[in-house]
Design a protein around this ligand. Sequence first.
Ligand SMILES: Nc1ncnc2c1ncn2[C@@H]1O[C@H](COP(=O)(O)OP(=O)(O)OP(=O)(O)O)[C@@H](O)[C@H]1O
Length: 378
Amino acid sequence: MATLVLDHLNKIYKPRGRAPVKAVDDVNLASADGEIIGLLGSSGCGKTSTLRMIAGFEDVSSGTIRIGEQPIQQTAPARRGVAMAFEGYALYPPLKIEDNIGFALLRQRMPRAEVRKRVRDIAELLEIQPILERYPPTISAGQQQRASLARALVRRAPVSLLDEPMSQLEPQLRAILRARIKDYLAAHQMTTVFVTHDQTEAIALADRIAVMEKGVLQQFASPAELKERPANLFVASFIGEPPMNVVQAEIGTTRGARVVQLFDRAGEPSFTLPIGGLGQDQIPLAPGKVILGIRPHRITLADQGLQGRIQSNQWLGDQTHLLIEVNGIPLTVVTHRRIPGRIGDNLAIEIPPRALHLFEPASGRALLHGGDAVRAAA
Ligand SMILES: Nc1ncnc2c1ncn2[C@@H]1O[C@H](COP(=O)(O)OP(=O)(O)OP(=O)(O)O)[C@@H](O)[C@H]1O
């Protein structure tokens, strides 16, 4: 167990004959001891480059990486106290899976019997006991991936790095292993960074998630915080399934009361929502254009309220996803009830103040989270 710190970390690739690529842009991040961190973002956002710099397989362009108090970017990969599970597995073909997994422990001169026990235990956890006697080229991609993961986890290194550790596994097995891996990491207090582009995986496994986009760390926070208090419109739209509703809007006043005026896709004024209680004391909300975010789960169905028309209605077994058009604005709504309405039927909704998130149009920066303002006013 150790802390991991990334301090103004940058990676610029300079491919021959092509323009330089800034893959990692001034990333700052500090883990707690034994913390599990998910690096989450879409393809090409710099997750793997960050992981490979920590492991020592990629040079740092500038900035510092520290494990504990120790800067490590000049230290050889094998001496960093880092164990990595590679996306491409990187198993040694001439060694049996058991020997692949135990290799680093034997090199540390751990007694053979102890290595064997540790390897057997991790193999059981990852359900690969039946292939321990086999060689890498003779097993499936999913088995190779679990062998590679076992080889990293068995070491209980100060820092473990896992690159898309379960991408080859079917969803059911992935969900089971996720829970077991989380237990294992917590039991051994293993500081871990794992890369994923799957937000369900990030939310299930991580204590905190670092959301990256275009090499820039957008927010580093707990899953709940990312949902309730997204730092900007990118995080707000990226985290949450189905994604947040995003509507052009304007803060104004109607008959002395503060409201947010929503606009439809053609830029025509649609309906207004009262926001009298939000941010009244702090007054962070000057009149003017904003982007309004509304989480689908926070919209409620009501007997009376905003009148809408159903555009789609899907029951997914445990929740209903509705698309409801309210005066030219389509809104996704999620409810855990089964809703009988058909396409074209009328349905009324309510959008409580705590459902609202307001963002600055130019920068996307969050201005106000309705939940915070409602809590502050209570
Ligand atoms: N060796 C390289 N030379 C030049 N550019 C590179 C190199 N490796 C990565 N890049 C570029 O750097 C950026 C970040 O790549 P990186 O692999 O870190 O992203 P990622 O988030 O891990 O993506 P993915 O999820 O697809 O693996 C991308 O634009 C990529 O094309």
